[in-house]
Design a protein around this ligand. Structure first.
Ligand SMILES: [Zn+2]
Length: 427
């Protein structure tokens, strides 16, 4: 039913566009009127073409019935032709059409001056994607759960304009509907969730018995989950990727090679499309599993707060094509784990919060000193960026680097160390 409304809306918007396109083309002199334009910067006055805003105001005066102006042009009475048409939609249609009509007139003039007989520009078409402006949609946020969020769109039923709820983009059916021509603009993000979280977090921070569950997301140790209460780490859980990274890397090697070989699949081998689908499935499964593990930990500590680092956008630079592709996939996986974990946590009533990721992997979780990463080779510490272990030269603390980072996420949440910027609020 709502789908048909969307179709009816597109149709009536196109009809309105047709109306105004005809109207403007019937008044070409106005469209190209030269007026005095005062520069906002220099105050200079020069001659210029009438602005779109002024044209819009002029056109409204000619076509819209208002209390002060009850008689628009009889042949161009939009209010009669399109009763109750939402003002915002109408203005978006008008602005859209002003651009189209002007473009058409310019090319027409050029063509006329050129003296050619062929290639007369065609009259522009009225169909276009509807654009949503403030007022034609509102957002109804049902607390924090993105799956329960809706946008309200004003749509045409064929008889009247009504508000209809459409689920936001996390729903796969909506995703599909959104993919249909005309509704790209319905992808709306919501920011209200942040304020709600922030309030709850402030309350929670006052509770001296608060349990925090911190997650450090990485490539091979996908998630290192640490649980802290009264300043002590009570539980740690490592979720490994079980070889997914390696596995994906091999597949990507094949993908890159095939792309290089003009994309033809060898008989009996999986096509790139199949390989991508396979990898997507694996990534999604892995993200769900990891998110589940995170939320399982939360479940054992009712009233806990789930803390993540704000994900950094890491550019996959350097290395082979398959390596770069693999980094990209790994980053996407992190994003998915983060998203799914928050959704699942919300499902069991656990609030999640993001903290500043600054310094969590470089500084010592025990004393706050600047440490180094290293690996052991033949009993010797070999320092290096890719090292799995962490060593603090200040207090001589040694531990798994991802564990150290995970513990630092708690510090970040409580802003306990000097390396944590104080000005910014978490959440
Ligand atoms: Zn230390």
């Amino acid at each position: 039913m709502s789908r048909e409304h969307l179709a009816a809306t597109v149709e009536i918007l196109n009809a309105a566009r047709r109306f105004y396109l005809d109207f403007f083309l019937a008044h070409p002199d106005k469209l190209t009127e030269r007026v005095e334009v005062i520069s906002k910067k220099t105050g200079e006055v020069r001659a210029g073409v009438i602005s779109a805003d002024n044209l819009l105001t002029w056109a409204e005066f000619q076509t819209i019935e208002t209390a002060e102006h009850p008689d628009p042009l009889p042949d161009w009475n939009f209010s009669k032709a399109f009763p109750d048409f939402p003002n915002r939609y109408r203005r978006s249609v008008m602005k859209d059409v002003i651009g189209k009509a002007r473009g058409y007139l310019t090319t027409l003039l050029k063509w006329q001056r050129s003296g050619k007989k062929k290639g007369k520009p065609g009259i522009p078409t009225a169909s276009n994607y509807p654009t949503l402006y403030a007022g034609t949609f509102t957002l109804e946020l049902d607390a924090l759960d993105v799956r329960k969020s809706f946008i309200r769109l004003k749509v045409y039923t064929g008889e009247a304009w009504v508000w209809v709820h459409y689920p936001t983009l996390y729903n796969r059916y909506f995703e599909r509907r959104r993919a249909e021509p005309g509704w790209e603009s319905a992808a709306i993000h919501f920011l209200q969730s942040k304020t709600i979280t922030a309030k709850k977090i402030v309350e929670s921070k006052r509770d001296p018995d608060l349990v925090t569950v911190a997650v450090d997301l990485n490539v091979k140790q996908l998630a290192v989950i640490t649980v802290r209460q009264h300043g002590v780490i009570k539980e740690t859980r490592f979720v490994s990727d079980q070889g997914l990274d390696q596995h994906r890397y091999r597949h990507l090697g094949r993908v890159a090679k095939k792309q290089w070989q003009s994309g033809r699949a060898v008989k009996g081998e999986r096509s790139n499309q199949q390989l991508w689908a396979h990898m997507r499935r694996q990534n999604a499964d892995c993200a769900h599993q990891t998110a589940r593990a995170i939320v399982e930990v939360c479940e054992t500590y009712p009233g806990c707060v789930l803390v993540f680092e704000r994900l950094r956008k890491i550019k996959a630079l350097g290395g082979s094509k398959s390596r770069r592709l693999n980094r990209k996939q790994a980053n996407q996986l992190k994003g998915k784990i983060n998203q799914y974990a928050k959704e699942k946590a919300y499902g069991i009533g656990v609030v999640s919060v993001e903290v500043n990721p600054h310094g969590t992997s470089q500084y010592c979780a025990r004393c706050g000193g600047k440490g180094v990463r290293f690996t052991y080779q033949a009993g010797q510490r070999i320092a290096g960026k890719g090292g799995k272990l962490f060593f603090c030269p200040v207090c001589h603390y040694e531990c798994h680097a991802d564990f150290n980072a995970s513990v630092n996420v708690h510090h970040s949440f409580f802003r306990e160390y000097h390396w944590q910027p104080r000005a910014q609020k978490s959440g």
